[in-house]
Design a binder for this molecule. Structure first.
Ligand code: IFM
Length: 503
């Protein structure tokens, strides 16, 4: 993927610019010298991050029917022959069996995480693994859900969280890392006709909100004795952009449609989903797992970008950069933290929701990139005034921006956790990528930023959504045939930084 783009149409450029974060190796190193000499706090969470759908498949001996969760919208999206055959969906068609097989090999992966010196581990639970069929929708309480749970999945997660804790790793658990059960979101049917499909996922708020809240409450009830750090939703803006607004070669999420009239409501439905999950976790996680006096820390995980005007002396560009920051970074945070809903994206929140506000204990920040924009005199999406930007420089790794995004999170009065930051490592990425980002992060903390942890994306090469295994972000390289993991040179740099507390 290029650092800058000469794509001719506004629409094509935005397709590439606004989809989910994928860093690909362009550098814009800025090292904050104030960080040199200071150290990260002793209790700082050092981790790596994975997600169930991406890391579980590929078991060496467990049959695919158990190793792969075959009941999610994403399973359908990447395996359905008709969807794959349609090149507009940009699906690699790579079999999930090429994945790392974490479902079977998680103990080895946790050993590897410990070998790096990490103290925490971010992973996710798959809703469709616990509740593979729609019968679960008959439950009206968390306790009733137990009769619909898949016992194999429940046993798996219990053993999994036991093992994470036994490795001395603090779990940070995402409840919704994109995937939804097929019974609540039939991405193929909605891709074919989003107006008439019946299992509509985030489009059907009255259905998904209570269902996802019960699922969250169930997880909190079952696993809260080992988990204190919860993340409700991963990269809600990516769900919106790549699923409903501008699916592209960079990322297509199911249902992969281009409908601004649906995309914006989905963004606010995700905010409502977060709040419902937050309340359920608070009600059902009653155990302080690590004995630090805090029973639960519940946040969401937006992917935040650093934004910059193409020409800082051009008022339109300056406004465009500010508006990209508003739409990409702030809409969801304003809604979930302050209860302020700006449904027409005009910069003014017409609606305040007390039933949504105040439901965030920390902001999980996925940080990958800076986007440089040209301002537009008319909005890209006519009905939404704040969409008056035209991305020019894309996927630029920009270490200084990590300070910008934690300061943005802190500006809401909340601590930040870097829940993802990563690259496709080369032999020099320890010095080119990791150190500069962590120097900037430490510089921000020296200047007062409240940041509780850093999770590198990712531990071992995994299934990068529509791209399959072709994107390799791992601290550990994966041999897709033997499933052997081999530490990349950046791993040693990470270990050194963790051991010394100094980047
Ligand atoms: O692999 C993804 C992850 O699932 C969400 N954040 C960005 C990563 C790299 O693209």
């Amino acid at each position: 993927m290029p650092c800058s783009s000469g794509l001719s149409s506004v629409r094509m450029l935005c397709l590439a610019a606004l989809t989910a974060a994928v860093g690909t190796g362009c550098t814009g190193k800025t090292v904050d010298d104030t960080a040199i000499g200071s150290t990260f706090p002793a209790n700082f969470m050092w981790g790596t991050a994975v997600a169930g759908f991406q890391v579980e498949p590929g078991c060496p001996t467990i049959p695919e029917s158990e190793c792969e969760d075959q009941h999610s919208d994403w399973y359908q999206w990447v395996t359905d022959p008709e969807l794959i055959a349609d090149t507009n969906n940009h699906l690699s068609g790579e079999p999930l069996s090429d994945g790392p097989g974490h479902y079977e090999l998680y103990d080895e992966d946790l050993d590897n995480a410990v070998a790096l010196g990490t103290t925490a581990f971010r992973t996710s639970i798959e809703w469709s693994r616990l509740f593979p069929d729609g019968a679960a929708e008959q439950a009206t309480t968390v306790d009733e859900l137990m009769q619909y749970v898949d016992p194999t999945a429940l046993a798996y997660y219990n053993a999994y969280f036991d093992d994470i804790v036994a490795h001395g790793l603090t779990p940070l658990v995402t409840l919704n890392h994109y995937t939804l059960p097929l019974w609540i979101h039939n991405g193929k049917a909605c891709h074919a006709d989003v107006d008439t499909c019946t299992d509509r996922g985030w489009l059907d708020l009255p259905r998904i909100k209570p269902a996802i809240a019960l699922y969250a409450g169930f997880c909190a009830q079952q696993f809260g004795d080992r988990v204190d750090w919860w993340a409700t939703e991963n990269e809600p803006f990516a769900v919106v952009l790549s699923g409903y607004l501008i699916p592209s070669a960079d990322r297509t999420n199911p249902p992969g449609v281009s409908r601004a009239d649906l995309a914006i409501p989905v963004a606010f439905n995700l905010a409502e989903g977060h709040a419902a999950m937050y309340d359920a976790i608070k009600a059902y996680d009653t155990v302080d797992a690590d004995g630090d006096g805090v029973v639960s820390m519940v946040g969401a995980v937006p992917n935040l970008v650093a934004t910059q005007p193409l020409d800082p002396t051009n008022a339109l560009d300056v406004q465009g950069a500010a508006d990209l920051d508003y739409v990409y970074n702030r809409i969801y945070l304003n809604a979930t933290i302050n209860g302020d809903f700006d449904r027409d994206l005009d910069g003014i929140a017409e609606e305040h929701r007390d039933d949504i506000a105040g439901r965030m204990d920390y902001v999980g920040v996925n940080y990958y990139t800076r986007i440089t924009v040209k301002g537009l005199s008319v909005p890209l999406f006519g009905a939404y005034p704040k969409t008056d930007f035209y991305p020019q420089v894309l996927w630029e790794e920009y270490p200084a921006g990590i300070a910008d995004v934690v300061n943005l999170a802190n500006s809401y009065g909340l601590p930040a956790v870097i829940t993802e930051n990563g690259t496709q490592p080369t032999d020099t990425s320890g010095d080119d990528f990791l150190r500069p980002h962590l120097q900037s992060l430490l510089g921000a903390m020296d200047a007062g930023a409240d940041v509780r942890g850093y999770f590198y994306w990712t531990l071992v090469d995994n299934y990068e959504w529509n791209h399959g295994m072709s994107y390799k972000f791992g601290m550990y390289d994966l041999d897709t045939t033997t499933k052997a993991r081999t530490e990349r040179p950046m791993g040693q740099t990470y270990s050194d930084i963790i051991a010394s507390g100094t980047p």
